[in-house]
Structure formats: C-alpha cells, structure tokens
Ligand binder design. Structure first.
Ligand code: R2B
Length: 261
C-alpha cells in the first residue's frame, strides 16, 4: 500500500477504535431540537461540537462552588489559568447545575442524591454525544463518610454497591423493577491509585462504595431527626469491602457504563 493509503487506513482504524458515546434512545434521532433543560442549553441555540468537541475528561461533584474551585485548580495545573479572569458558568441561564470548562476538562455540579445526579447525567451524556466527543473519561469526586478510615482519607471506588452490599442499581422504570450493574473501570482505578503514590498528606485506598438513598437513617448516622444506628451493620459493611458511603455512585456507575463511558 502507498504511504498515503497506509496513513489513511491507520487514521480509519484509529477512528474505528475511538470510544464513542452510546445513547440508547431512538427517539433522539427524530427530534429537530434537543433541549437540555437543566443546563439551559439546546442543540438549536448552541454549537455543541464547537463548545465541547475537545472534551476528554469530565469531573462531576456535588456543589457548584467546589466545581468552580476544581476548574481553577485544573487550569493552573494545565497552565491554562487566566490571571484575574473568572471561568464563566456555561449553565448561567439556570441555577440547577453549574458547568465550567478549561481545555479538555469539563467540571459539572450534580447536587445531592440519585435523582439529582441522574437528571444531570442524562443531559451531560447527550451533550457529549451531540458534541461528538470520543474517548471521554468521567470521574465523580465528592465527599463521603468513611468506614474504618481516618477522616480526610480518599477512597477510589472499585465497585458501587447498594445498601444490601450488592453491586446493583435498582430503579423503577414505568412501574417495573429494573436492575443494572454498577461496575467501574478497573484500569482507571489502578491509574488513579498510582497517582496517589505522589501524595503523602492523606491516605488513599481502593474499596467499595455504598450508595444510599438518604444521608441520615440510610447511613446509620446518630444525628438525624430519626436514627437507626447499628454498629453491627457498619461492621458488616466493612467486612464486605465497603470503605465509604455516599449517595450517587450506583446510578453514576450504571448510567456511564450503559453509555460507553
Ligand atoms: C456526599 O455528600 C452529600 C451529603 O452531604 C451527598 O451528595 C454525598 O454523596
């Protein structure tokens, strides 16, 4: 094969091996416009490929101010900070979520709990699809309650589990119980763990993360209006490999893996 042809083939192969966003909704192809209501963005008013086409990393976290702090930190790390200049909130037309971008990194807030992050993820995944992004890595960074760890430790989630310690996300869809798996990317887990070798200020461990539906009773806390604290439950969770508890990981894992992220 001539050199140009070889190059063309290589490019084609490279393109074929690209990991694209997979939506599983045939209705979207028939819609003239896709409105991402809670981002205040629409395919008819915004040029998604121009705005987001270069995105390779998406970091999501609960609070808007933390995601702003995060984008400023990333900008400094990448040498893309703009002294004296604020990063604009791309979703300024709404106060539901906040979104910031620097270079290939997008930082998005998701609020608290499964329903809130799930709405955000539907719209974020469609945004990445419309922008024709490929090979995107998505990470949730957030606070959580530790089990058997020093406060301030970091847990890298190997598997998200439910309150019965099962690696499943159960949802009622049109009145039917649908169970989806909550596997995460083991290679990414290892890569993140390697990064922690350079950090001595806090402990980093790999473990399972339990996702609960509420912050108080569901997490066996002592300080809610109602309390169901049982040390035996937390001990059993620890024995099952659970090292922290939060409120979003199961739907995050299920939706991202279903959409090829
Ligand atoms: C961790 O912190 C929040 C509750 O305080 C919730 O979003 C979570 O998962």
């Amino acid at each position: 094969m001539a050199a140009a042809k070889v190059e063309e083939k290589e490019l084609e192969n490279h393109h074929n091996s690209d990991c694209l966003i997979q939506l599983s909704n045939p209705n979207l192809a028939t819609m003239k416009e896709d409105v991402l209501y809670h981002f205040s963005l629409s395919t008819s008013t915004h040029d998604f490929p121009a705005m987001f086409g270069e995105v390779k990393f998406v970091c999501v976290g609960g609070s808007p101010s933390r995601m702003n702090t995060f984008i400023r930190y990333v900008a400094t790390q990448l040498g893309l900070d703009r002294p004296g200049e604020e990063f604009p909130n791309i979703c300024a037309g709404t106060d539901r979520y906040a979104m910031y971008k620097v270079g290939p990194v997008l930082s998005v807030s998701h609020g608290m709990g499964i329903p809130s992050i799930s709405i955000m993820l539907h719209e974020l995944i469609k945004l990445l699809y419309h922008a024709r992004c490929s090979n995107v890595t998505i990470i949730r960074i957030g606070t959580s309650g530790g089990i058997g760890l020093e406060p301030g430790s970091v847990v890298i989630t190997r598997q998200a589990v439910d309150a019965c310690f099962k690696p499943e996300f159960e949802q009622l869809v049109l009145g039917k119980r649908v169970v989806r798996s909550t596997d995460l990317d083991e290679q990414l887990v290892q890569e993140l763990m390697k990064c922690s070798a350079d950090l001595s200020e806090f402990t980093t461990v790999v473990g399972n993360t339990m996702c609960t539906l509420d912050f108080y009773e569901g997490q066996g806390r002592l300080d809610g209006a109602l309390s169901s604290y049982k040390q035996a439950y937390l001990r059993a969770a620890h024995a099952a490999g659970i090292r922290n508890i939060e409120m979003e990981s199961s739907v995050f894992a299920a939706m991202c893996s279903m959409c090829g992220l």
